[in-house]
Design a protein around this ligand. Structure first.
Ligand code: ATP
Length: 235
């Protein structure tokens, strides 16, 4: 579904990614692991069209994404849940969800079924649908950010540190919902510092260090790999 071929990305003179290649098949959950500053967020932002690679190519469902805009990529089926959630603090929960439907609503389709789907997954959002974004707890904001991405009817969800800043129980809850979303047919590429959680839900994983992929393989194998155990699992 997604094929990243040897991409290089730089912020001015600072090279953040060096020849990164990665593949995600339809239906998979893939985890991208790495320390602070390894390049995880940069990779997700490049896939969703917020950054331009200076070399290499990204293919989605067999077609090169080229210089297409972030909006065009959402229409193609790629939805990005950014790090730090970035919901609209001055809009209600319901309004935050409605925003994402503009990509296909112009064609006159109803969002009722999409809203039902999000509320079934996250009942708290329905209870708080008229509350303003800023007044939600961290966990609720994360659920809203994921719910908002789902309203765009994605084929692939890019999740940047979904457990960041959440208490362990809430992180587990968010991860259970990610598994539910995947079970309904949405492919997932997630970036995570909580290696234990990420390797539980992912089928395969990649490890990125200093802008380069240094390891990849089935999640179970990586969980037992000495380098992963030492650097990311505190073993
Ligand atoms: P984190 O978990 O801290 O977000 P990350 O793995 O997502 O880490 P990136 O945010 O992708 O890492 O950063 C990769 C590299 O690019 C780092 O060296 C970082 O300092 C650099 N970088 C990121 N954003 C910018 C920017 N806007 N301008 C300059 N350098 C940047």
């Amino acid at each position: 579904m997604l094929r990243i071929e040897q991409i290089g990305v730089a912020y001015g003179a600072i090279e953040a990614l060096h020849g990164v290649s990665l593949e995600v098949a339809e239906g998979e959950v893939i985890a991208l692991l790495g320390a602070n500053g390894a390049g995880k967020t940069t990779l997700l932002r490049t896939i969703s069209g917020l950054l331009r690679p200076k070399s290499g190519a990204i293919r989605f469902e067999g077609e090169a994404l080229g210089n297409s805009s972030a909006e065009a990529r959402v229409k193609r089926g790629i939805a990005h849940v950014p790090e730090g959630r970035r919901i609209f603090p001055g809009l209600t929960v319901r309004e935050n969800l409605d925003v994402a439907t503009t990509v296909w609503r112009r064609r006159g389709m109803s969002a009722a079924a999409d809203l039902d789907n999000v509320f079934a997954l996250f009942p708290r959002l329905e209870e708080r649908s008229s509350q303003l974004g800023w007044s939600l707890s961290g966990g609720e904001q994360q659920m809203l950010a994921i719910g908002r991405a789902l309203m765009a009817r994605p084929k692939m969800l890019l999740l940047d540190e979904p457990s960041l800043g959440l208490a362990p129980r809430l992180s587990e809850e968010v991860y259970r919902r990610i598994a539910d979303i995947n079970a309904k047919g949405v492919t997932v590429l997630l970036v995570e510092q909580n290696t234990v959680l990420a390797l539980e839900v992912a089928k395969r994983a990649y490890v990125i260090e200093n802008g380069r992929i240094v390891l990849d393989g089935p999640a179970r194998e990586l969980a037992n790999h000495p380098r992963v155990r030492e650097a990311y699992l505190g073993a």
